[in-house]
Design a protein around this ligand. Sequence first.
Ligand code: PMT
Length: 222
Amino acid sequence: RDTLPLSGKKVVVTAGGTVERIDPVRYITNDSSGKMGFAIAKAAHALGADVTLLAANTHLPMPAGVRVVHLESAQEMYEAALAEWSDTDILVKAAAVADYRPKEVSDRKIKKSGDTMTLELVKNIDILESLGKQKTKQLLIGFAAETNDLEKYAMDKLQRKNCDLLVANDVTREGAGFGTDTNLVNIYDKAGLVESLPLLAKDELGMRIMEIAAGRLPGVIQ
Ligand code: PMT
């Protein structure tokens, strides 16, 4: 493994959808299966990296040779990413993080009462944006799940969150986005479009993303 492109490099990948608890048996989450993040982690391992996968609410087989940390909430994902951060070379945020969480988490199952019920939500930390502000040597790769104006929102996220690369999927397209075994993406950097890829198996796309990342590793100090 010593001669592979990512040997000696540490790659951290987040995958899945965060779980934001309401009470011990109920929560808010989203449709992310973790397939995209797992595919990236497998590709990074195949390219020789030391890989840590931060997985939220996934039910996929453990990828061989990859260290998997299971977690639930955005806050836990942030803390786990931060714990890995200082010696990380590449961090990929394929996870779908909940933007909001319930303001109160009940430690008992909430009982049925009135005809309506209001759940107050508060904003979660933006993990990618926060890590983007703490970059030293890390190559930071974000995702954008959009339903319209793909390029505009992707470039906005890339700049605002200080990413080096951004993988944008239009999740309304057939075979793209949440839960599928394939994805259809454009990849951007600060200068604009890097690659517009055809519909690919997530495993193939994971490899393409890691190859592009490996080619950009030196000299990414911000
Ligand atoms: O898991 P699969 O079923 O394979 O599906 C793959 C996927 C559709 C989940 C994946 O391809 C994808 O698009 N992941 C990002 C989903 C998402 O949350 O996109 P966003 O546009 O809301 O967020 C933009 C970026 O900021 C993402 O890298 C996200 O991880 C990050 N983010 C968002 C909110 C937040 N509070 N913290 C974050 O770090």
